[in-house]
Ligand binder design. Structure first.
Ligand code: ADP
Ligand code: MG
Length: 827
């Protein structure tokens, strides 16, 4: 058992703007416990902290300043937890802090760079690397990913890829058994045999989470996400299985209700926005107070799920994420105070070992079979259930001759076969009974003979009776054994079915009674369709296909709009960057692959050369009648050192290639995710625009769409006319997000090139009719826009029209389709 308080670490996020940085200092004296001092400027202290303290000091096991990268965080915080997890202890790492302080960045990682990958991908990588190295045990790894929003659990690993809101994801509920163990009903567990499969699952969960999120529920800031790795291990041949769970938790934003300014609430009195965080605090308070018998775990789903992590059988680590900008100082102080409380909680982690009854049965069955085989070998004949006719006849003959034999030393030899022994006794009994009946009739005539034979018979009977007793005992023992064996076989047949049944009702613990195979079967029964899916990259592309499948059904105009949206979207830079990096990595991997092949064939050649040299030397030795020199000659030495060198090179390149593979895989995941996000944002924006313009349609509806033109404040309505020709139109505008506020967009000067206005996110409004004719108009319209952009027209009113896009969001163009180019007069 390992007794340990919850370890607390602090991580300070780099400020968005340097000048907003708050004042703090970190004391990292090696001999002392590191401490963080937050200095609250006087003006702020006067404001909402009414006790007017200016400086707050907090102690942590480790404090990581802004420059600490993800690798350092993993090495110092996550690696020790992962190590004890591999040794069989439960582990939890949870990030706590206000929204935007870097929880997701720390736990999952940034979405842009490979180097930004967070604790989950790095821990998965580390775990699988270690498992691969250890061949002394058999390991089974499963993954689950749970999101809790508004006290409702959702399974993020739903493989159907159809969730468009959180409610579409399978609902996970909590069940508690009489022993107060928590079971999560409906949370699917997926086996992951490689790092790649585990990463795919993480990606699936994150994508489901992103897609299910709407601006309304702000799921990412108000929900808790628990990514869990379940590990079971056993030594070959042993029936003892070890289980461990590792929870990696991204909690909801810890921000509290706004303070009321001067004389307002004390920091400690402020209330959480998120109710379950309030309950988490209550649990922490209860645990940190001595002699508290009741801990209110059951108040919320999150505290129930993390029950073991808080004051139970788990090694837990908390990362307080801090955004130490001036406006966030109060929240940061709250986070630190929370951490200080958490640090008082003592956990007791134990190795979770159990005997697997199914493995025990398997062992016994194997042993019985071995004994049977041994027996068959000794007797020289294979065993069947019943004796054959011939055997029975043979036995009866033996009994008769035994009974007839007058030699007192004679024995009835039937061999070490209990069936035959039984049969002999039965037969003897029968004979005896028959003889008794007969004997009664002939008793007088044979009385003389009887007298002289009596002592012998009596002795014989006693002997036989003793043997009978002994045999009876043996038979009883054997019958019992047989019954037990039968029962076990029945149980073995019955248990898997029972296991399946139970799983349907409660999905936790992940490996029911510690059987890795059982766990797997359970998993398959709960999610039959995705079993092999995750092991292939095909899975990912299929997901993406599903998510972006709409594109194929898009009209040309909408596709074009999507292309523009994509191009102008902030993430497109990241996607392009990653594409470039990916290309580089691919070509590096290709080159490495070629070098590896070269090295391999070189190694082959060198080995061959050495072998040839050996043969030559042996041949030389034979021809010159000399012994082969015991040590290799200089030439061979050289070849050998070349071989070693080549092997080293091969190994280095191979390791690099492996790392590259992981990096490529990760980059692909990042890009796929970014693409899905883009698609989703486009759809949301498109729908919004359609609705908005429907509302504004009266102005648009009555207009003539044939005559395109540019929008100025004067020409706006004309443009609207030009762009619409139907009464029931749904209008839409192309507005790559984010859109600047019109107030900040004054008319540009005469010299402003049109090009300059592009980053200002030009706004375009076009009618949405849903029919292909209008869509082709839109296409023409967009093409015209592009050709204008290419011309780099320096037109004040034109440039202004981009910027004046405030209310109606209209932006004109001309139609090339109609062969005429109509520009405002100034052009
Ligand atoms: P939270 O999950 O706490 O709401 P995020 O992890 O989403 O916050 O972080 C908010 C933003 O800050 C993200 O854009 C993220 O990339 C960035 N960020 C957070 N922590 C760091 C860090 N240590 N270094 C660089 N960027 C960071
Ligand atoms: Mg977050």
């Amino acid at each position: 058992m390992v007794k340990q308080t919850i370890q607390i670490f602090a991580r300070v996020k780099p400020p968005v703007r340097k000048h907003q940085q708050g004042i703090y200092s970190i004391d990292q004296d090696e001999k002392l416990i590191p401490s963080l001092e937050i200095i609250v400027p006087r003006d702020l202290a006067d404001g909402f902290v009414n006790n007017k303290r200016e400086s707050y000091k907090f102690k942590f096991q480790g404090i990581f300043d802004q420059d600490a990268n993800q690798e350092i965080i993993f090495e110092h915080i996550a690696k020790p937890v992962a190590e004890s997890f591999l040794a069989g202890y439960n582990g939890t790492i949870f990030a706590y802090g206000q929204t935007g302080s870097g929880k997701t960045f720390t736990i999952t990682g940034g979405a842009e760079r490979y180097s930004d990958r967070g604790i989950i991908p790095r821990t998965l990588s580390y775990i699988f690397e270690q498992l691969q190295k250890d061949s002394s045990k058999i390991y089974t790894t499963h993954i689950s990913y749970l999101e809790i929003y508004n006290e409702c659990g959702h399974d993020l690993l739903d493989p159907r890829h159809e969730a468009s809101s959180l409610e579409d994801l399978p609902k996970v509920t909590i069940l508690e058994d009489p022993d107060q163990n928590i079971h999560l009903k409906n949370l699917s567990l997926h086996q992951a045999t490689t790092e790649e499969e585990a990463l795919n699952l993480l990606f699936l969960g994150d994508t489901n989470r992103m897609i299910a999120e709407t601006p309304m529920n702000q799921a990412s800031t108000r929900s808790h996400c628990i990514f869990t790795v379940h590990l079971s291990s056993k030594e070959p041949g042993s029936a003892t299985v070890r289980h461990a769970k590792l929870h990696l938790v991204d909690l909801a934003g810890s921000e509290r209700v706004a303070k009321t300014g001067v004389g307002g609430l004390l920091l400690t009195e402020a209330k959480y926005i998120n109710l379950s965080l309030h309950y988490l605090e209550q649990v922490i308070i209860a645990l940190s107070e001595k002699h508290r018998s009741h801990i209110p775990y059951r108040n919320s789903m999150m505290t129930s799920v993390l029950r073991d992590s808080l004051g139970g059988n788990c090694m837990t680590t908390m990362i307080a994420t801090l955004s130490l900008e001036k406006r966030n100082l109060d929240e940061s102080i709250s986070t630190c105070r929370f951490a200080q409380r958490v640090a008082l909680i003592k956990n007791e982690a134990v190795l979770n070992e159990e005997i697997d009854p199914r493995l025990v049965i398997k062992h016994l069955q194997k042993e019985i079979q071995e004994l049977k085989d041994e027996l068959a070998m000794v007797t020289g004949e294979p065993r069947t259930e019943a004796l054959t006719e011939a055997e029975l006849l043979q036995l009866e003959k033996l009994i008769t001759s035994f009974l007839e034999d007058q030699d007192p030393e004679s024995r009835l030899e039937v061999g070490a076969d209990m069936r035959k022994i039984h049969h002999c006794f039965h037969h003897l009994k029968k004979l005896l009974n028959d003889k008794k009946i007969l004997g009664n009739n002939t008793v007088s005539s044979e009385s003389k003979d009887q007298d002289c034979q009596e002592p012998l018979k009596e002795e014989e009977y006693r002997k036989l009776q003793d043997i009978l007793k002994q045999r009876d005992n043996e038979i009883n023992i054997l019958v019992n054994m047989l019954k037990k064996e039968k029962k076990k076989v029945q149980e073995a047949l019955y248990l898997p079915a029972k296991g399946r049944h139970e799983f349907r009702h409660s999905q936790s613990p992940p490996f029911p009674l510690g059987n890795p195979e059982g766990g797997q079967r359970m998993l398959l029964s709960s999610a039959p369709s995705q079993a092999q899916d995750f092991s292939t990259l095909g899975y990912r592309s299929s997901l993406l296909h599903k998510k972006t499948g709409m594109r194929e059904e898009m009209s040309l105009g909408r596709q074009e709009a999507f292309e523009i949206f994509k191009r102008d979207h902030a993430d497109s830079v990241t996607i392009d960057d990653n594409k470039q990096i990916l290309k580089q990595r691919f070509s590096e991997a290709k080159a490495l692959g070629e070098s590896i092949n070269e090295a391999r064939s070189k190694i082959g050649h060198l080995k061959e050369e050495i072998a040839q040299r050996h043969i030559q030397q042996v041949a030389l030795g034979i021809s010159e009648n000399m012994a082969v020199p015991p040590t290799p000659d200089q030439q061979e030495e050289k070849l050998r050192s070349q071989l070693e060198e080549e092997k080293r090179r091969y190994k280095t390149m191979f390791t690099r290639l492996k790392a590259l593979k992981v990096e490529i895989e990760h980059l692909q995941l990042l890009m796929d995710k970014a693409k899905v996000k883009l698609q989703k944002e486009f759809e949301v924006w498109w729908a919004e625009e359609a609705t908005n313009l429907q509302v504004n349609s009266p102005a648009v509806n009555s207009l003539d769409h044939k005559k395109p033109f540019l929008q100025t404040s004067d020409t706006q309505s004309e443009l609207s006319q030009l762009l619409s020709n139907k009464s029931d139109v749904n209008a839409r505008k192309i507005l790559p997000s984010p859109c600047r506020s019109p107030h900040s967009q004054k008319q540009s000067s005469i010299s402003t090139p049109l090009e300059d206005s592009i980053p200002e996110r030009p706004v375009l409004s076009i009618p949405l009719t849903g029919d292909s004719q209008t869509d082709s108009d839109i296409l023409a319209f967009i093409k015209a826009r592009q050709s204008i952009l290419q011309k780099k027209c320096k037109c004040t009113s034109f440039g202004g029209s981009f910027r004046a896009a405030g209310h109606q969001h209209l932006w004109g163009a001309h139609s090339e389709v109609e062969g005429s180019r109509e520009f405002p007069e100034c052009c």
